[in-house]
Design a protein around this ligand. Structure first.
Ligand code: TNX
Length: 507
């Protein structure tokens, strides 16, 4: 009963959004004698909340020794389950009474990422894919305590679940201030716990260049050694990137690299001066807070395009992501549109698809190019009319460099003077901006210089990004979200997250 939350008032008004799907209701009726109607006053402490939860009366106890049966093909989900059991000191034995089974099935309604989790007299996880099974394991993890206990009672439940959007992302600006590879690893695991699946790395900007490019070693010798004032310098070696990619793949997180072009390029220019126009006198590294002052010299195509091509070809060797972000923000130049069109085609010629910030919509891009919307009011309609899809990141909801509350020290407020409190972040409707692959929150790092501050800006707000990307819009209710997330505090603690103590959560 520890994980049950009484939400009588909110649920009476809003309903708990736990409509059984046809398949789970048949599971329910086959055990009608032991099942209760879905009560309207309790939700399981799950974030993001599943599409369908059917509760039955009573509990089942998971033993301290379990028997695992796993389908071949559960190559990431089985290790994830084993990590979960190890964290709770639960051991494995073929003769144990408690059983957990992982099945691959063919149920089109579960899609690529959906799953079913049944707890009756055993635990049964099923999905079409290893990804779905991996997410079933994450749900099971939230149903269990975060720390070792003497016993593990679980609610009897049939959960059928699949995401609203394929893109459930977070952006980290590692360029203004670097985040070490160990932090990224921890972050990837934390994201996966909430079923987030895209980590966008902003790898270059005026203040720093963060990824080793073998053909241009000065990018990291010079550009990697600078940072915003008070921030951290550094860069990822190609070996570290490969290791991060492998780690992320095992957690169904795609690392999406961004090289910001043709503006935000002072670190590149300071490393290779010929990338700037000949009349540019400031060829130094930069550690200030201005934006929009640097650019590649677009009237020197013979210099810049081979460089762009070479950098991007090394990048696609490192990052298997289908999508490669070419930036495109905050720069004015008569040749801007032509540059973006050429850059997105360079990405296409490398066998990938480009993403550009919203400004890139002025270029003549193939409609499969994704556009990342960041100004709430930007007129993206013409691009939607041409068939583009969006990653939705409107700054007044998703910019986590803005305060958890108005006036939080070391936060920006240019987009929203009240900051972006949890309630505001949760109130975004990703579908309101037009055709979208999903949602992404962004943490710019001009003012975020340590791991602890990064944690404070990211959590608990990132849990709201997770629910916006996964749960149905009609099921979202802030009071319920807050009650569920509040109950997951021990899980965040176990992950070592130095979250902001959000008053709405009672923290
Ligand atoms: C705008 S959003 C930027 C970044 C800054 C951020 C600060 C976008 C595409 N560009 O360069 O870091 O504001 O909030």
């Amino acid at each position: 009963m520890r994980i049950l939350l009484a939400l009588i008032a909110t649920c009476l008004i809003a309903g708990c959004g736990s409509t059984p799907s046809p398949s789970s209701s048949s599971a329910q009726s086959s055990r009608a004698s032991s099942s209760l109607p879905q009560t309207a006053d309790e939700q399981l402490a799950l974030v993001p909340y599943p599409s369908s939860v059917v509760r039955h009366q009573g509990e089942w106890e998971l033993g301290n020794v379990v028997h695992l049966e796993a389908a071949t093909g559960s190559e990431t989900s089985l290790p994830a389950l084993k990590r979960l059991l190890a964290d709770l000191d639960i051991t494995e034995s073929d003769t144990a009474e408690s059983q957990i089974e992982l099945f691959l099935v063919q149920e089109p309604e579960l899609g690529e990422e959906g799953y079913r989790l049944i707890i009756d007299n055993q635990i049964t996880l099923s999905a079409n894919t290893d990804t779905g099974l991996f997410y079933a394991v994450q749900t099971l993890r939230q149903l269990l305590p975060a720390e070792v206990q003497a016993s593990y009672p679980l609610p009897l439940v049939d959960i059928t679940d699949s995401p609203s959007y394929p893109w459930r992302g977070n952006m980290l600006d590692v360029a203004r201030s670097f985040l070490p590879a160990d932090y990224l690893k921890a972050h990837i695991e934390r994201m996966a716990r909430f079923k987030l699946n895209r980590l966008h790395l902003h790898l270059s900007d005026d203040q720093g260049w963060r990824v080793e490019i073998k053909q241009y070693p000065k990018l990291t010798e010079i550009g990697g050694a600078s940072a915003v004032t008070g921030g951290r310098a550094g860069f990822y070696t190609q070996e570290q990137i490969r290791e991060l990619v492998t780690y992320a793949e095992a957690r169904h997180v795609t690392l999406v690299p961004e090289i910001d072009l043709p503006g935000h390029t002072q670190a590149a220019i300071a490393s290779y001066n010929e990338l700037a126009c000949d009349d540019v006198t400031n060829l130094n590294t930069y550690s200030g807070l201005e934006v929009g002052f640097s650019k590649l010299c677009l009237t020197k195509p013979e210099v810049i395009y081979p460089w762009v091509e070479n950098v991007l070809s090394e990048l696609v060797e490192l990052f298997p992501s289908e999508y490669i972000h070419i930036g495109g923000d905050e720069i004015k130049d008569p040749l801007y549109g032509e540059f973006i069109g050429r850059a997105t085609r360079i990405v296409a010629d490398l066998g990938r698809t480009a993403i550009a910030w919203e400004e890139g919509s002025v270029a003549d891009n193939d409609p499969d190019v994704l556009l990342q919307l960041w100004n709430d009011q930007y007129d993206i309609q013409p691009a939607l009319d041409r068939g583009h899809q969006l990653i939705v990141s409107p700054c007044s909801y998703t910019y986590f460099d803005h305060g958890n509350y108005a006036g939080q020290p070391n936060t920006y407020d240019w987009c929203r003077k009240e900051g972006v409190p949890l309630a505001r972040a949760y109130s975004l409707d990703p579908s309101a901006f037009g055709a979208t692959v999903g949602v992404e929150s962004a943490m710019w790092s001009e003012l975020v210089h340590t791991n602890a501050v990064a944690d404070n800006r990211l959590w608990p707000r990132l849990a709201s990004t997770a629910e916006l990307g996964w749960s149905r819009a009609e099921d979202r209710d802030y009071a319920e979200f807050v009650a569920r997330l509040s109950a997951l505090r021990a899980q965040l603690d176990a992950l070592g997250i130095e979250y902001y103590r959000e008053p709405d959560l009672g923290w």
